[in-house]
Design a protein around this ligand. Structure first.
Ligand SMILES: CNc1nc2cc3c(=O)[nH]c(N)nc3c(CCO)c2[nH]1
Length: 373
């Protein structure tokens, strides 16, 4: 396998781009949605199914995997790809976001984050260097810098402090990552809802000449229009020939509007988490299968879908499974939701390639607006 990491843009339509990221373990068609495989599994799915739905890459988490089974143990077992039997690209988040949202007793300073494991209470310290070392032990193809994501709303001084430190951590992560042909370390733009801080962060990371750039610090409680405004501020500053990854986003509407502003990659727990809670994403919007109105509805979620979970099972049966809290309910709805997300990404890529993305956006939003069938 060649040791090249490269991003080729095949077509653009306004600020939207479609193309492919080529890596030794495979090619990622963009815009891409990355199913979240937090602890080495996309919950309630077999990874063969995930692949068959069209996913080219999945996301893993440094925080979860360093705590259990442990980064050195994963390395001794041959790395994450062999362990979970996913030979395609894996992107790993650096752990900072998860530490701040999951762990106890955490302290963050220039050296890194110190925290207590939510698994067994053990204490850990993670520096930017250690985060990159862990991602290397896991065998990650795209490694994220360690950063500090500030929840919004936040004081400007807090946002600025975290943004400046994240830039310094990006420099340390670049040094720690070194030169790994075929792999990439992405910087993460911070700056909260402050346009000038977003520009400062993007300019500083651009100067590091990294292989890709994430837009972080969003999908943390701000309204969608604030998120989109930050993309309009940030994307034009980032190098157009490098991939742009919007972290933690989002709903289908978030995704389509973010693609229109220049984003190439997404990850979000929504399709998988919502599936486990009885929610189905469809071309006509969201359906809560717990609702009694589905109890005798013999229609499938979407008879036009290629996914068996969407096409072959009645809403009545899905309603029963959800109400009975049966594992199969979460499995089928997760399968349906990931199928819908990958179908949406495929439609987005085709529309951009054919220069009809604006029409595609309008048609898709009209279908959602028509509401539940
Ligand atoms: C659900 N919303 C969300 N916003 C995020 C923002 C960040 C961020 O700013 N930095 C890092 N490292 N990860 C982030 C993640 C986890 C990945 O999905 C986020 N997830």
């Amino acid at each position: 396998m060649s040791d090249v990491f490269r991003f080729d843009i095949a077509a653009t339509d306004g600020a939207a781009r479609t193309g492919a990221i080529s890596m030794p373990r495979g090619t990622v068609r963009t815009p891409a949605f990355m199913p979240v495989g937090t602890a080495g599994t996309v919950k309630a799915m077999y990874l063969d199914q995930v692949r068959d739905l069209g996913a080219d890459i999945i996301l893993g988490n440094t925080y979860h995997l360093m705590l259990r089974p442990g980064a050195e143990r994963v390395a001794r077992l041959g790395g994450l790809h062999d362990l979970i039997r996913w030979p395609h690209p894996i992107l790993t988040d650096s752990g900072g976001f998860q530490v701040m949202s999951l762990s106890g007793l955490r302290k963050l300073d220039e050296q890194g984050v110190t925290f207590q494991s939510h698994v067994d209470g053990s204490r850990h310290h993670m520096s930017p260097e250690r985060s990159i070392e862990i991602q290397g032990l896991l065998g990650s193809d795209i490694q994220m810098q360690l950063d500090e994501c500030v929840a919004l709303p936040a004081k400007r001084s807090e946002v600025e402090r975290a943004m400046d430190m994240s830039v310094r951590w990006a420099e340390r992560c670049k040094t720690a990552f070194g030169d790994q042909p075929g792999k990439a370390m992405f910087g993460i733009v911070q700056g909260g809802d402050q346009p000038d801080l977003r520009v400062k962060s993007a300019e500083a990371l651009k100067a590091l000449d990294l292989k890709g750039y994430a837009v972080g610090g969003l999908a943390v409680g701000e309204p969608q229009d604030v998120m989109l405004a930050m993309l309009e501020t940030t994307c034009p500053v980032l190098p157009s020939e490098k991939p742009r990854y919007l972290m933690g986003v989002g709903t289908p509407d978030d995704i389509i509007k973010s693609v229109a502003r220049g984003i190439d990659m997404f990850d979000c727990v929504m399709p998988t988490r919502a599936g486990r809670h009885g929610l189905a994403f469809t071309r006509r919007g969201r359906i809560n299968l717990r609702n009694a109105r589905h109890a005798e509805d013999t229609r499938p979620l979407d008879e036009e879908s290629a996914c068996p979970a969407s096409r072959d099972y009645s809403r009545a049966y899905l309603h029963h499974l959800v109400r009975a809290n049966e594992a199969l309910g979460g499995m089928l709805l997760t399968w349906n939701n990931l199928a819908y997300y990958q179908d949406l990404m495929r439609g987005i890529r085709q529309a951009i390639a054919e220069g009809r993305f604006a029409d595609f956006m309008a048609e898709t939003q009209d279908e959602w607006a028509r509401g539940d069938i």
